[in-house]
Design a protein around this ligand. Structure first.
Ligand code: GDP
Length: 431
């Protein structure tokens, strides 16, 4: 059975924790999109980890962790990540890398930096991990597939072509040092030697696993708002963040995905620029939520930058859940809200005198104001509670109000960063 774990919002919803938790009863965990530009934070018996490349299941010795073909693979980052977790006492993980996965090259990272520098104030707020230049090259058909590392006859002409093309931009647009063919070939050979032990025909491997009845998790990165088609274009990421893309980015049939767990955080946060209607603009209010948020504050796992903070956005989350094809909502980081007397929730967008409850196109978002409804807080620490009925009434009301607004069943409530901080719940909305 294949299950997907994806985000409804701008990312950082706590997918890593949910994946780590669900991995306990799974055999295989697959990353199917994105690169080392976002991170999952996981707290478990071995310590606290920020993973950028590896799937969140690497901490179990019964699971196989897979980098699917849809990922932007940064080979040295993957290598160092494996080393760093093994150095902390985690058993050597079983890792497979798709032979059709493409490689983030050092020049992708350089171009990402140069372009953000060139754009100045109008920049995208990129993490400068090379993701946009990588996917541009993939679709321009000048990327390197992992399998190609093993054939110099394929590599050499491609390297020549890339140098020709990139050096024009480097010289005339950015005024930066040019690429050299022999250096690129050396890098590719180094990458070949690093990745060799892990290379696999992943689609074939997964086909067999599905036939054997194995449980497979597809782990998404970021969330619906960052999807290039359905998100807040152009302030989006460069690969699809939707569960549907899991089929493509892992190489499996779409109808095999039977469960789609969409992770929603009990409040909102966003990194980088872009529309964020429910953003909190009172600095002290935002600062307090940021400081108390997540596990140790809402700061980017990759960049350490402070995240933009907002109230829960029913309009964006309803849309985000719909685009994911949600079967279950995992509602996370609820414990953080225990300090508030009243909790505002964004229930609509005011646009030119009208209240919208369906998420509009991006240019309209910039003209929307949030319609907030205050719900009573529960003023209590809910960490450690195991049964839904034991949550304070105001807290259950908060969950049930949001469930009603978004229209998808909240079947899991996360009340702490650890694996065991989870409350399962029956929902009338479950089909
Ligand atoms: P991801 O990219 O979606 O995996 O999200 P992050 O890794 O940024 O996770 C958000 C942060 O919230 C991490 O620091 C997690 O450890 C933490 N976290 C996840 N679930 C909970 C929760 O229920 N309560 C609290 N307090 N923190 C949580």
């Amino acid at each position: 059975m294949v299950k997907a774990i994806v985000g409804a919002n701008w990312g950082d919803e706590g997918k890593g924790k949910i994946t780590d938790m669900m991995a306990e009863n799974s055999d295989i965990i697959v990353r199917f999109q994105g690169g080392a530009n976002a991170g999952h934070t996981i707290v478990n018996n071995y310590g606290k980890f920020a993973l950028h490349s590896l799937p969140s299941g690497v901490f179990y010795d019964h699971t196989t962790s897979i980098i699917g073909n849809g990922v932007a693979l940064n080979i040295p980052v993957l290598f160092n990540e494996i080393k760093s977790i093994v150095d902390k006492g985690v058993p050597e993980p079983k890792i497979l890398v798709s032979d059709r996965c493409q490689i983030v090259m050092p020049y992708h990272i350089a171009f990402d930096e140069y372009e953000e520098e060139r754009l100045g104030k109008a920049s995208f707020g990129s993490t400068k991990s090379g993701i946009a230049p990588f996917y541009s090259d993939k679709y321009a058909k000048i990327g390197f597939q992992v399998s190609e590392l093993f054939d110099d006859d394929t590599l050499l002409p491609k390297v020549k072509k890339i140098c020709e093309l990139k050096n024009v931009q480097l010289k005339y647009l950015y005024n930066k040092p040019e690429l050299k063919e022999d250096e690129l070939m050396n890098t590719l050979h180094e990458y070949r030697d690093m990745v060799k032990p892990y290379v696999c025909d992943v689609s074939l491997f997964l086909d067999k696993a599905i036939k054997e009845g194995k449980t497979i998790l597809l782990e998404g990165q970021l969330g619906s708002m960052k999807d290039p088609d359905h998100g807040i274009y152009p302030m989006v990421t460069s690969s699809s963040t939707l569960a549907a893309y899991g089929a493509i980015g892992a190489g499996i049939p779409p109808y095999e995905i039977k469960q789609i767990v969409t992770v929603c955080k009990a409040y909102s946060s966003a990194v980088g620029a872009g529309a964020f209607v429910s953003e909190i603009h009172e600095d002290d209010v935002a600062d307090e939520l940021r400081r108390r948020g997540g596990d140790g504050g809402e700061y980017g796992a990759t960049t350490g930058r402070p995240r933009r903070m907002g109230w829960f956005d029913c309009v964006a989350s309803k849309y985000g859940c719909r685009l994911q094809g949600t079967t279950d909502v995992a509602f996370t980081v609820l414990d953080v809200l225990g300090y508030l007397d009243e909790i505002p929730v964004c229930v609509g967008y005011e646009y030119e005198g009208e209240v919208l409850t369906d998420f509009p196109v991006t240019w309209k978002l910039d003209k929307c104001k949030p319609v907030l409804k205050n719900l009573p807080g529960w003023k209590q620490d809910i960490r450690g509670i195991k049964n839904y009925e034991d949550l304070p009434k105001e807290c259950r009301d908060y969950i049930e109000f949001i469930e009603g607004e978004i229209g998808y069943p909240i079947t899991m409530v996360s009340n702490g960063p650890g694996r065991e901080d989870i409350i399962y719940r029956e929902s009338a909305l479950s089909k």
